[in-house]
Design a protein around this ligand. Structure first.
Ligand SMILES: [Zn+2]
Ligand SMILES: [Zn+2]
Length: 306
């Protein structure tokens, strides 16, 4: 499995993942031309993308969805609520058929359903946000930004295994790819519940199952509280529907167990963080336990492989 962050941050997010001949984009926060150009750097034609999956309705994740769909004929995967909010708020333009999924469902790509994408609700302050896990049967990669925090996430570092999540049914055929969707049995109870009732180790349980991870490491706690943001905006970022700090993300990664081969740190704040501070905090907590890289706000990352 291969991953390239085409860009990561509040100015626009898009991540390329390829496995078993299935090429996916996660989020559409760049213009169509920038997306195409950044893929071309790696010899990837944008028309070869099998689908674009949208995590939530914020503009840095969705603003290019209409263009990717109309200009490059790419199928879009989105929840109905996210689509309705984003189409109205960000004037995304007309769409043909959209592929709607519900948070908690699994979407399957590939002729023999080789690649599945699991979706997990997040308490981030979007209308219906999700994060993703890509699974090709051999490796599992998390695409986890704009997470917000579950109860006591900063202090809870316990780890618990994840149960099975099989049971799938075929729904339709999209661009030659057979598609099926299934509920994540293990997380089913959480999906319907209020976010404040999520297990404290909700994200830890997901990360424990992963081989690779793109995760937000949005802000440094001291830079945020000493910076130029208003108290209200600081509270939003720190709050349940905001982002994870360097410290919280480092602690989550530390709790990840032995499986994780690397972590790519992204959605780094321009105002309240720097690459040096990110790496310093993570190295302090992780003791170089796991290779780390950074997803840039301005350009592509290196190609990361599992
Ligand atoms: Zn974002
Ligand atoms: Zn967001």
């Amino acid at each position: 499995m291969k991953m390239i962050s085409l860009q990561s941050g509040s100015n626009g997010n898009c991540t390329f993942v390829e496995s078993c001949g299935v090429r996916l984009l996660f989020d559409a926060g760049l213009t169509g031309d920038t997306t195409a150009r950044r893929l071309e750097k790696f010899g990837i034609e944008i028309q070869s993308i099998s689908g674009v999956l949208i995590s939530h309705d914020h503009i840095d994740h969705v603003k290019g969805a209409g263009v990717l769909h109309r200009k490059f004929n790419l199928p879009i995967w989105i929840t109905q609520k996210t689509y309705e909010r984003a189409a109205w708020q960000h004037r995304l333009g007309r769409f043909g058929d959209l592929n709607f999924f519900k948070s908690g469902e699994r979407i399957v790509f590939g002729k023999s359903s080789e690649v599945s994408v699991e979706t997990f609700s997040t308490p981030h302050d979007a209308v219906d946000g999700v994060c993703f896990v890509v699974d090709d049967g051999l490796k599992r990669l998390g695409i986890m930004t704009d997470l917000g925090r579950t109860k006591s996430i900063a202090t809870s570092i316990r780890g618990v295994g994840v149960g099975d999540n099989s049971e799938s049914r075929n729904l339709s055929v999209v661009k030659g790819a057979e598609l099926s969707v299934s509920r994540q049995r293990f997380f089913e109870g959480f999906r319907e519940s209020r976010f404040s009732e999520y297990a404290e180790d909700y994200y830890e349980r997901i990360i424990l199952t992963l081989d690779g991870l793109l995760i937000e490491s949005n802000f440094d706690i001291e830079m945020l509280s000493g910076g130029s943001y208003t108290p209200e905006l600081q509270e939003r970022i720190r709050g349940r529907g905001g982002h994870l700090s360097n410290l919280e993300t480092a602690r989550l990664i530390k709790a990840s167990g032995k499986k994780l081969r690397w972590a790519c740190l992204g959605h780094i704040s321009k105002e309240n963080n720097t690459h040096d501070v990110v790496l310093e905090t993570h190295r302090e907590i992780l003791n170089s336990k796991i290779p780390l890289s950074i997803a840039s706000r301005y350009d592509t990352s290196e190609l990361l492989e599992l």
